[in-house]
Design a protein around this ligand. Structure first.
Ligand SMILES: *Cc1c(COP(=O)(O)O)cnc(C)c1O
Length: 445
């Protein structure tokens, strides 16, 4: 449905007169609910937004009702403790030691921004906070990075052109030979290496870079290593696959989004830091209107000196409640089931003459492409994929995405969904094949 039609549904002037709660709820039922993508439905296999756990929904409701503001200890002491405990659990999952810390953010975008800011401050010898960055810097990351890295490089003043778009191998992991060449070439021309952003679960295919090799390279050149596990962090509770993230604990900072693969409702991301003191070095200003006497004793944890944001929602509650209600054990079983769904899509595609799969999925994202029976041009084939995507969306049974990989268009199905079953996957593949075949008939000459 196009957005103009929807804007017309909600087109009205600012209400001057009150309405009853019942009337407002009726409008929500009639106008809003039919125009939502139902991310809680087992057929939602789209952009990485989870089927929200009911306990998380309740957590959000309670968080709003008690309205604790975590920016400052004095107006949310218990809530600060719960966020600290939640961060502790996430740090433990990563394998960080007792000196680690972090904070919850609106999502991976903000967590990566904080990671890049810590990296910049480190690379400048803690000068950039005062003087701004000077000279030219290199940020090394793969062509499969999330766009938040480019935005972060811009915001922290290194500029988008500091981001080196390093090519990936057949499994979409950063190529170490290309990376080394890029660093060497920068060093020769006076560009200073600032940091490496490792993918620990790329958005498209769940690719995991060689974290140990990236640590070695970062150390050789005095660089910060930030690992983007916004999506992939879910694998930390996997019973079968958590070893794939070995080495994550050696990154200086890590992004993990509980609102992705820990099935929390949006929004809640996290930036975790191996040495928590880095947060204070980067953000530790204490304005007089926030400081109280007890601050001097250091026994109150003030998030405002450990992070970018001031007023902050009590995001930890839904994550804390979810881990208590289901345990890491059950959440890990859902994660493993989702990996199984992506593997199933891969297997069905590979055993069919009509599909090919980009790679055996290490996580829950599968990218597959239709192979037409007749000769089609590249443009026709791209159009076929977009049309099939639209038909699937309109059909209402499933939601999957499309993406570009190595210059081609692919379907991308990604389950971060505890309601998805093998039945959904079989049905999706049947539907995809029949839609693609039908569209092919309309396209071929
Ligand atoms: C989703 C994603 C992000 C951005 O996270 P948001 O929570 O959407 O802000 C960053 N990196 C990766 C790899 C992602 O998949």
């Amino acid at each position: 449905m196009d957005s103009r039609h929807l804007e017309a549904i909600f087109d009205e002037c600012l209400p001057e007169a009150p309405s009853s709660g019942g009337e407002i709820l009726r409008e929500i039922r009639e106008k809003l609910l039919p125009n939502c993508v139902h991310t809680g439905h087992g057929g939602y296999l789209g952009l990485i937004t989870s089927s929200p756990l009911p306990i998380g929904v309740i957590g959000d409701l309670i968080a709003s009702a008690i309205n604790q503001n975590l920016g400052t200890y004095s107006i949310g002491p218990g809530a600060v403790s719960i966020e600290r405990r939640t961060i502790r659990w996430l740090c433990d999952l990563v394998g960080y030691g007792p000196k680690s810390g972090g904070n919850l953010t609106s999502g991976g975008m903000l967590a990566n921004l904080i990671g890049l800011k810590l990296a910049r401050d480190h690379a400048s010898g803690q000068q950039a906070q005062e003087k701004g960055p000077s000279g030219e810097w290199g940020v090394y990351t793969s062509e499969e990075r999330h766009v938040s890295v480019d935005k972060a490089a811009d915001v922290v003043g290194l500029g988008r052109s500091s981001v080196r778009n390093v090519e990936t191998d057949d499994e979409f992991r950063i190529r170490l030979d290309s990376l080394e060449r890029s660093i060497e070439s920068d060093l020769r021309s006076g560009v200073r290496p600032a940091c490496i952003v490792a993918m620990a679960g790329s958005t498209n295919t769940g690719a995991i870079d060689d974290l140990a090799a990236l640590r070695t390279l970062a150390d050789r050149h005095g660089m910060w290593l930030h690992a983007d596990a916004a999506y992939g962090g879910g694998l930390l509770v996997s019973h079968a696959w958590s070893h794939l993230l070995n080495g994550l604990e050696r990154a200086d900072s890590v992004t993990v989004d509980p609102h992705k693969w820990f099935y929390a409702p949006v929004d809640v991301g996290a930036v975790l830091v191996r040495d928590e003191a880095a947060l204070c070095r980067s953000f530790g200003l204490r304005p007089p209107y926030l400081t109280d006497d007890s601050d001097s004793s250091e026994d109150r944890y003030q998030y405002y000196v450990h992070g970018l944001e001031q007023s902050r929602r009590f995001r930890a509650l839904k994550v804390w409640m979810s881990f208590k209600r289901y345990g890491a054990d059950q959440i890990g079983r859902w994660v493993d089931a989702n990996v199984g769904h992506a593997r199933r899509i891969h297997e069905i595609a590979e055993s069919s003459p009509r599909f090919t799969s980009a790679v055996k999925p290490p996580m829950s994202a599968a990218c597959i492409r239709y192979l037409p029976e007749r000769e089609l041009s590249q443009e026709q084939l791209d159009a076929l994929h977009y049309q099939a995507f639209q038909r699937i969306e309109q059909g209402g049974e499933f939601w999957i995405g499309t993406t570009r990989l190595k210059g081609r268009t692919w379907f991308r199905a990604c389950a971060v969904n505890y309601r998805t079953t093998d039945g959904h996957i079989r049905r999706l593949m049947e539907l995809l094949e029949s839609e693609c075949r039908e569209i092919e008939l309309t396209l071929s000459r």
